[in-house]
Design a protein around this ligand. Sequence first.
Ligand code: ADP
Length: 162
Amino acid sequence: MTSAFYPGSFDPVTYGHLDIIRRGAEIFDELIVAVLDNKAKTPLFSVEERVRMLENVTRDFPNVKIDSFSGLLIDYAAQKNIHVAIRGLRAITDFEYELQMAQLNRLLSKGKLDTMFLTTTLEYAYLSSSSVKEIAMFGGDISQCVPEQVAKVVYDRYHIAR
Ligand code: ADP
């Protein structure tokens, strides 16, 4: 069985993430979406909330599992015995950071962890969790960016009634 994981913050999950999840799940037998508990960042949603949102929106994908991790990606990968990480590329701006991370992870894991990039579907190229939060914070419409149940949770967090 071939497994891969898709690490990220998912604060919150967007249609862009879901597109990468759907495509990753078609390539691999099992895809683990791994929510990073990054102590250096102050997310809008707790890891538990992000995991719950992801579980709700990936119900229709039987080979997708949701998990969380903290610390180094290579340690998590070694513990799970998984050798491929999937990442999404939206634009050139993503490339430099992603290339650096992929190369570092390969080096630190002594070649055991490779990164596979899926390029964004064009209609989601503009989408990011941070833009979703900015739009929602000011009461804007995020219905084209995130699934309905995610939009509700985001508006609730900002005490926006819509
Ligand atoms: P991180 O904090 O790890 O960058 P994100 O949750 O922002 O976490 O993103 C996780 C991954 O999903 C990254 O590889 C990112 O480039 C990718 N991604 C985010 N939004 C999109 C999108 N709209 N289309 C394709 N990939 C995306």
